[in-house]
Structures are given as C-alpha cells and as structure tokens.
Ligand binder design. Structure first.
Ligand SMILES: [Mg+2]
Length: 423
C-alpha cells in the first residue's frame, strides 16, 4: 500500500507572523530583516512583486523602500518560534503522524485518510490554521515527499488551487511536473540543476523520465532516489518526532548552515535549555542525553551525521548540568570543515523527579540546584522565556542567538508585558 504525504508550509512565515499582530501590514509590501538588521530574510507577496530579492542587504534597496513605502521589520525569533509551535500543535490534531521539517513546514502522513476526499481535508487544515492562529498555509498532497513538495509549491503560487493541491492519482500530475523547474525539485539544488540543464533536463517531468543508469552514474544513489520519488515510489519515510512520553527532543534545522563549534555549542545550549524547562514542567528528570548533528543530506559528497549518547550518573533536569554533558557529547562528534544543517538534543530514560536514586559520590548540591531551577522557571514564565538564561546560550554577543533588533515587534505571545492591547 503506497503512503500519502502532505506538506503544510506557512506562506511568507515571518511576514505572516508580523501581520497577525499588526493589521496595518496587510496588503502592503513587507520585509523582515536578518540579525543585526542586515539582509532581507522574508518578503510578503507584495514585496516579491516589486522584485525585492531574498538575502539582499537592506541598504541596497533603500530607494525601493521609500518609493513603495515598504514596511521593514527586524526579526523576532521568539514570536516566530512560538507561532510555529502553535501551528505544529494544531497540525498534530489532524494526525499524530507528523514530522516537523523546519520552523514553518511539516510533513504529515495521511495514509489513514485515504478514503476521505484529501483536497477537502487539506482545506480543513488550511482554514483551521488560518482561523486559530491567523497564518496562511499551502498544502501539497502526493504519494511521495518529493511530489508533495511540488504540489505544495504550485498550491502556493496558483490562485486556482485555493492553497491546496492533491496530486494523488491526478490527471494533472504530468502537467504539474512539466511546469516545475528542475532546480525547484526537493534536494536538487544549484549545482545539480546546472548539470542537469546542461544535459537537457530542465523540468521535473524530464527528470522523472531520465534514464536510471545516467542518473545513478552522475548523481549517485541520492539522485536515483529523487527520480524514483518523482515516479511515485516513496524512498523517504516520515521521520516522526519521538513520542513525548518516552523522551523529549529539541532540534531545529538552521536556515543557513553553521560551521563553527562555538555556534554549535550555543545552539546546543539553547536547545538543552528549552528541553530542560519541559522536563521540569513534566516533573521528570533525564537519565540519558543524546546529542546529534547532521549536514545537509542532499550534499552527498560531504554528508555527515553523528550521535553521541551520554549516560548521566544521576538523572537530572538541571539546565547547567545538562548543558555541560551535552557540550561534552558535542565535542566528541563535531568535525571541522562541515556545514551543519541541524543539531539537536534528546532526553531519554525519563524518571519522575521524586524517584531519583542518589549516588554516594554525587558531589552536586541537588537541593540548591532545585531551588535555582524553580526561580529560573518562575521568572521566565512571568517575564517571557529567555529572560534568564545561561551564558552558554551566547549572552549579548552579536550572533544568531542574541543580536540587535532595532525594529523588532513585541513578543506578543510569550511575554505578558508585551501582549497586544486593544484600545
Ligand atoms: Mg514557508
């Protein structure tokens, strides 16, 4: 039985988040800037229409900004992260089979809904997220992840679809592939697309019908999988998140790849902090911590994945202790010279915090740590998550984790003081 995948992708996610809380931005060209207000990292459709390009430094478009009254926002990752979580939680009400693929995208396995009209189901997902959270999404449905991605792209671009396109057993499948540039096929990327175009393969349809041996010789097994996926043979399955009872996983794909150990350590510290807060909310402690990292899986030449498992002497939910162990693990698996796309931590062997067996040589002051964590959680609950954090996360440095946000919108959803006021 062939599976059915859906990709749910938030449209212009950062801009859409800003618009939820600032209706004045509706219908106008809007851009969101990167850390330190340097480059454009998100654009509304209106901004795309006046050809503001992704990644362009803001000083280069100052004229456009003036003439078209472009609204400029600093990035507000606390807001986007929280909105993302809301979207994902809502999606998991439609099916438990969900893979959070990035901050604004998730794959769903809809195989169990085969008997329903999948287009209707897609529209239900779309309208629920719009109504509950205020974010517009596109939904692409197909028999493989790669085809679902193509369906999602067209659903976003073509108004006729109303934001949802189901390509399972569709008479429009070939047409959809023909209008998809080969560069836009999931995983093809710049360098492969140049090579493919040189060989007369310009769109997804031509790639689907390319010869196996040619593809295998020039693009290896990864290329062969791409082609098979285009033919409707699922080669990639849903990478489910771990069930919450058995463990807690915190992991994100980076928008831009990360190279240095310093940045990786900050990311790991940030994820451990999030996970440890969750642990304490559930009143549990972790007996095992796992750290993993990976490069972009589509760069087959330089692909690297590794995972380190650390057995803790005493189960703990103490943020600083967990960061310390996670950093030890990270150092073992980090290799210089790779461009990392994702890093994550998993807490496993969870035990209720009342049942922790202490060991004789435990030199940590557990009572003191408990009190400290209680204070930390209380302050962060009240003042917004991240008000108090460990220096390992990268306090006050001009980096990804802590930067200058001149025109940042308030943390509407995570900070009581910045709640939207209705006058
Ligand atoms: Mg998106």
């Amino acid at each position: 039985m062939s599976p059915i995948f859906a990709i749910v992708d938030c449209n212009n996610f950062y801009v859409s988040c800003e618009r939820v809380f600032n209706p004045k931005l509706a219908g106008k060209p809007v851009v969101v800037l990167s850390n330190n207000d340097g480059c454009v990292v998100a654009r509304s459709d209106e901004a795309k229409a006046i050809s503001i390009k992704m990644g362009v430094p803001v000083f280069k478009i100052s004229n456009l900004i003036k003439t078209h009254e472009v609204q400029v926002c600093s990035s507000n990752y606390a807001l986007y992260g929280d909105m993302s979580q809301r979207v994902m939680t809502t999606l998991s009400e439609f099916t438990p089979d969900i893979e959070i693929y990035s901050i604004d995208e998730a794959f769903l396995d809809l195989s169990r809904f085969k008997r329903y009209n999948l287009t209707d189901y897609g529209h239900r997902i779309r309208s629920t997220i719009k109504k509950w959270i205020g974010i517009p999404v596109s939904v692409g449905i197909a028999e493989t992840k790669t085809l679902a991605k193509i369906a999602g792209r067209i659903a976003k671009k073509s108004e006729k679809t109303g934001g949802v396109l189901d390509l399972t057993a569709s008479p429009y499948l070939d047409r959809a592939l023909a209008i998809t540039d080969v560069e836009d096929v999931w995983g093809v990327g710049r360098s492969y697309s140049r090579f493919l175009k040189e060989n007369g393969i310009k769109n997804a349809l031509q790639l689907r019908d390319a010869g196996d041996s040619f593809i295998k010789k020039r693009m290896g097994i990864v290329g062969l999988r791409m082609v098979r996926e285009l033919r409707g043979v699922a080669c990639y399955s849903l990478e489910r998140c771990l069930p919450p009872k058995k463990g807690i996983t915190v992991s994100r794909s980076f928008k831009d790849s990360i190279k240095t150990l310093t940045e990786m350590k900050e990311a790991v510290a940030a994820y451990v902090s999030i996970g440890a807060t969750k642990l304490r909310k559930e009143r549990s402690a972790a007996g095992v911590i796992m750290v993993f990292l990976m490069t972009n899986r589509f760069q087959q030449e330089r692909h690297y994945f590794n995972l380190e498992t650390i057995q803790l002497p005493v189960p703990t939910s103490d943020t600083s202790e967990l960061i310390q162990y996670a950093h030890e693990g990270l150092k073992k698996i980090y290799m210089k010279g790779y461009l990392y796309k994702r890093v994550g931590v998993m807490f496993k062997d969870l035990v209720p915090d009342g049942q922790i067996q202490s060991i004789f040589f435990d030199r940590r002051d557990r009572k003191r740590s408990e009190k400290l964590m209680l204070v930390l959680d209380r302050i962060n609950d009240r003042m917004g998550s991240g008000t108090l954090k460990y220096a390992a996360v990268g306090l006050g440095r001009n980096q990804r984790w802590q930067t200058v946000f001149e025109r940042r919108s308030p943390a509407y959803t995570t900070n009581w003081d910045q709640l939207l006021k209705v006058s």
